[in-house]
Design a protein around this ligand. Structure first.
Ligand code: DAH
Length: 364
C-alpha cells in the first residue's frame, strides 16, 4: 500500500512538472500506456492470492482513476495557458494608426470620355474601335481625300518607315491623324444602319500651347435611311448641351470643308468675357456674344458611302469629330493642353476625378 502511495506522489509530481501538453502526454504514456507503470502493476495481480488481489486491485484501480483525473485537469489547465499565451502573442494592436492609403484619381481625359459614352449610349449609339496605326486607305483615300490632294497636308502626318513587302501607296503605314478612319472600318465590316461613337488617340506633328503630337478624338457616325441635316443639328445640339450641362448653351453651325462630308459644318458654342476669363453661355448683350469652334461635322459624302459598299441612294448619314482635350479644357477650366500629358501627380490630384464616382453609375 505504501508503495502505491509513494507511486502516486511520484506520478503527481511528474504531472505537476510537465509544463506543456507534449511532456504531459509523455507522463501519461509512462503511467497508463501499454508498458506504463500502473499497467505493469495491474499485470502482477494475477500472481496474488485472492484476498491480496482484492485489496491491491481496488487500490490500483483507485490510483488509476485518480491519476487519469489529475492528468485531465492538468491538460485542461495547460490548454488554457497555451491559448492565453497565443492570444497575448498574436494580439492586433488596434491603437496603431493606419498607414495612409492614397486613392488614385481618374485622368480628366478618361473622365470626359466616360461622360461622352454615357450621353451617346442614352441616344442609342454603340462604341466602336480602330487601330492607332493605320494605312493610307482608312486614314485618307476611303475618306475621299484624292491622292496628291492638298487636303492631306492639312494634317501633318507621322508616316512609319516603309516595310519591304508592302506594295503601293495605300499600304503605307501611318499614325492615324483622326478617328474618322474608324467610320470606314466599321462600315466595311457591318451592315447599315450604323450608329457608332469611337474614342481614341490621334497623332499629328505639331507642338505648342494648343497642340500636342498625340491627342484624343471622338468620332460619331450615324447612317440610316432618310437621315438629314436636321438629325445632325438635333443630335449635336443635344450632345453639347448635355455635355456642358447647360440647357440654353448657344450652338451655331458654320459651313466648312472636310473631304468626307457634303455639306460640312463646323460647330461653335457661345461664350462671353467675364473679368480676366471667359464663361460659356449666352451673353446678356448680343454684342458681347462670342463663338468658339468645338468640332467638325457634316453629311457623309456619297463617295465615302460608296467606298464602304453602302448605296448612297438608299442610305444617308451624318458624322462628326471632336477633340477630347478641347472639350475637357472648356468644361473643367484647364488652361494648358500640354499639362494633360506631363504626368505631374500634383496636377492629377487637382484636376483628376474620384474613381468611386463614375458618370455612368447613375444611368445603370
Ligand atoms: N476628322 C476631322 C478632323 O480631325 C474632324 C471631322 C470633321 C470629323 C467632320 C468628322 C466630320 O466626322 O464629319 O479635323
Amino acid at each position: 500500500m505504501t508503495d502505491i502511495n509513494a507511486l502516486k506522489t511520484e506520478i503527481t509530481t511528474e504531472i505537476e512538472a510537465a509544463n506543456d501538453l507534449k511532456s504531459l502526454d509523455d507522463v501519461r504514456v509512462s503511467v497508463l500506456g501499454k508498458k506504463g507503470r500502473i499497467t505493469a502493476l495491474m499485470k502482477t495481480l494475477g500472481g496474488m492470492d485472492p484476498e491480496e488481489r482484492k485489496t491491491t486491485g481496488q487500490a490500483l484501480n483507485q490510483l488509476k482513476d485518480d491519476i487519469a483525473d489529475t492528468i485531465r485537469k492538468a491538460e485542461s489547465s495547460l490548454k488554457k495557458k497555451e491559448m492565453a499565451a497565443r492570444l497575448k502573442d498574436e494580439v492586433a494592436d488596434i491603437t496603431l494608426s493606419p498607414r495612409p492609403q492614397e486613392m488614385g484619381r481618374i485622368h480628366p481625359i478618361s473622365q470626359t470620355m466616360e461622360e461622352l459614352v454615357t450621353i451617346f449610349a442614352a441616344m442609342g449609339f454603340e462604341v466602336a474601335e480602330g487601330p492607332d496605326i493605320e494605312n493610307d486607305w482608312y486614314n485618307f483615300t476611303a475618306l475621299n481625300f484624292p491622292p496628291g490632294h492638298p487636303a492631306r497636308e492639312m494634317q501633318d502626318t507621322f508616316f512609319l518607315p516603309e516595310t519591304e513587302d508592302e506594295e503601293g501607296e495605300y499600304a503605307k503605314k501611318l499614325l492615324r491623324t483622326h478617328t474618322s478612319s474608324v467610320q470606314i472600318r466599321h462600315m466595311e465590316n457591318n451592315q447599315p444602319p450604323h450608329k457608332i461613337v469611337c474614342f481614341g488617340r490621334t497623332y499629328r506633328s505639331d507642338f505648342d500651347m494648343t497642340h500636342t503630337p498625340m491627342f484624343h478624338q471622338m468620332e460619331c457616325l450615324y447612317v440610316d435611311k432618310g437621315v438629314t441635316m436636321a438629325h445632325l443639328k438635333g443630335c449635336l445640339t443635344d450632345f453639347v448641351r448635355a455635355f456642358f450641362e447647360m440647357d440654353d448653351l448657344p450652338v451655331q453651325f458654320r459651313p466648312s470643308f472636310f473631304p468626307f462630308v457634303e455639306p460640312g459644318a463646323e460647330v461653335d458654342i457661345g461664350y462671353y468675357k467675364q473679368g480676366d476669363g471667359i464663361k460659356l453661355g449666352k451673353a446678356k448683350d448680343p454684342a458681347d456674344q462670342k463663338w468658339m469652334e468645338i468640332l467638325g461635322s457634316g453629311m457623309v459624302h456619297p463617295n465615302v458611302l460608296k467606298n464602304c459598299g453602302v448605296d448612297p441612294e438608299e442610305y444617308q448619314g451624318f458624322a462628326f469629330g471632336a477633340g477630347i482635350e478641347r472639350l475637357t479644357m472648356l468644361k473643367y477650366g484647364i488652361p494648358d493642353l500640354r499639362t494633360f500629358f506631363e504626368s505631374d501627380v500634383r496636377w492629377l490630384r487637382h484636376y483628376g476625378f474620384d474613381p468611386l464616382e463614375r458618370p455612368n453609375a447613375a444611368t445603370k
